[in-house]
Design a binder for this molecule. Structure first.
Ligand code: SF4
Length: 263
């Protein structure tokens, strides 16, 4: 007879966990390190506070600190959550196209800047309308400005999601607000409101908000993208947004040693 208890006892559970999770994290870190750097500037980066940081990312400057396995797993949760949100919306009868039906790929845009610069992005989807069977369709449609409209989805932890619900995306997550404005502008979806959906990763609660097109912000940040690309082509490093390396944004920056000359 096989003595399963002996097998269970062979490796202490803490050590077992450490080894298995170490193997998972190592595989994720290896996979991440093998991804070629992006060759374009994406709207998700443009709204960050520090232009130098955005520029480092755009120019493919090697990071001083690579993402650890835990961070990569959190990113994966985020990506999978977006797919879940899209599926939930579609099950409800919301006519969401999270892939361009003509190409079978994500909706995307690409703008050339300078000699070989590019601003490029992939949005989460476009909503074309509501099917007749949607529960409470008439009430829901009273809030909607019109279709087609941009759909953007984000997963957030409990405190970030609560801040978003209370204050709205512009105040709680300005970076996302800028991202949405650039998608609306570059994808020519400015006539209707963007439908922004976020899921709370701790509770699975959903909250939706409508965001109007803000031409001033779209212009300001597309100019910023242009400036970052042109400065990179001229070989100029843009100024730091902060003058203290101990400031929290610098402490969390992937290029903090390069930026402050410690490397
Ligand atoms: S370390 Fe600070 S100032 Fe330097 S790029 Fe990063 S965020 Fe900007």
């Amino acid at each position: 007879m096989v003595d399963f208890r002996t097998n269970f006892a062979a490796t202490p559970i803490d050590l077992f966990n450490k080894k298995v999770n170490g193997a998972i994290d190592s595989a994720l870190e290896k996979e991440n390190a093998a991804f070629p750097p992006r060759k374009y500037l994406g709207p998700s980066a443009i709204g960050q506070d520090c232009m130098r940081k955005v520029q480092y990312g755009y120019m493919g400057q090697e990071k001083d600190y690579q993402f650890q396995g835990k961070t990569l797993r959190i990113f994966d949760f985020g990506h999978e959550s977006e797919t879940l949100m899209a599926n939930w919306m579609k099950k409800a009868g919301i006519m969401l196209e999270d892939y361009n039906p003509k190409t079978g790929k994500q909706w995307e845009f690409e703008i050339s800047v300078g000699k070989e610069g590019k601003v490029s992005g992939h949005c989460d989807g476009i909503i074309k309308g509501l099917k007749d069977h949607v529960k409470d369709r008439v009430e829901i449609e009273k809030y909607i400005h019109g279709f087609p409209c941009l759909w953007e989805a984000k997963s957030m932890n409990n405190s970030k999601w609560n801040a978003f619900k209370k204050k709205g995306v512009r105040e709680s997550h300005f970076n996302y607000y800028v991202q949405v404005q650039l998608y609306m502008a570059f994808m020519k979806l400015t006539d209707n409101l963007c439908w922004f959906t976020s899921v709370n990763k701790d509770t699975a609660e959903l909250h939706h908000e409508f965001i109007g097109y803000d031409a001033e912000i779209a212009q300001q940040y597309s100019d910023r993208a242009f400036e970052i690309i042109m400065a990179t082509e001229r070989g100029e490093l843009l100024p730091r947004a902060f003058d203290d390396p101990t400031y929290f944004q610098c402490k969390w920056c992937d290029w903090r040693d390069t930026c402050w000359g410690k490397k």
